[in-house]
Design a protein around this ligand. Structure first.
Ligand code: FES
Length: 116
C-alpha cells in the first residue's frame, strides 16, 4: 500500500523529519484527502485547481502521482518560478510542486511532501 509522509521545510527549503506524519493511502486516493487522513489539514480553497492554496512540494515519489492536468500546470507556473527565485535555480531539481487537491496516488510507492 502506498504511504504518504509530510514533512516541514527548514529555512533553506530542505525537508526536516521534525513532526513528520505518515499515512497509508490506497491507489486512486486524492493526495489532499490522504494528508487529511494523516491529520495534516493543509490550507485549501477552491478545490478545483485555481487558487493554489493546497500546493505542496513533492520531495520524493513524484512518479507515483497522477500526471498534472493543463489547469494545474498553468496555475502553478508562477509558484515554480517564485520558488526557484527564492531557493535557487536548482531547488526544484528532482522535486516538483503540485496542487494536492488535483493530485491522486497512482502507484505503490513512498511519497514525501512538504507544505509550501
Ligand atoms: S484548493 Fe484551490 S487549487 Fe487546490
Amino acid at each position: 500500500m502506498p504511504t504518504v509522509s509530510a514533512r516541514k521545510r527548514d529555512e533553506n527549503g530542505s525537508p526536516t523529519t521534525e513532526n513528520d506524519i505518515t499515512v497509508e493511502a490506497a491507489i486512486g486516493n486524492n493526495l489532499l484527502e490522504a494528508l487529511d487522513d494523516g491529520g495534516l489539514n493543509l490550507p485549501r480553497g477552491c478545490l478545483s485547481g485555481a487558487c493554489c492554496a493546497c500546493k505542496v512540494l513533492i520531495v520524493e515519489g513524484g512518479g507515483a502521482l497522477s500526471t498534472p492536468q493543463l489547469k494545474e500546470s498553468e496555475s502553478l507556473e508562477k509558484f515554480r518560478a517564485n520558488f526557484e527565485k527564492k531557493h535557487g535555480k536548482d531547488s526544484l531539481k528532482g522535486r516538483e510542486i503540485r496542487l494536492s487537491c488535483q493530485t491522486s496516488i497512482a502507484k505503490d510507492s513512498e511519497i514525501i511532501v512538504c507544505g509550501i
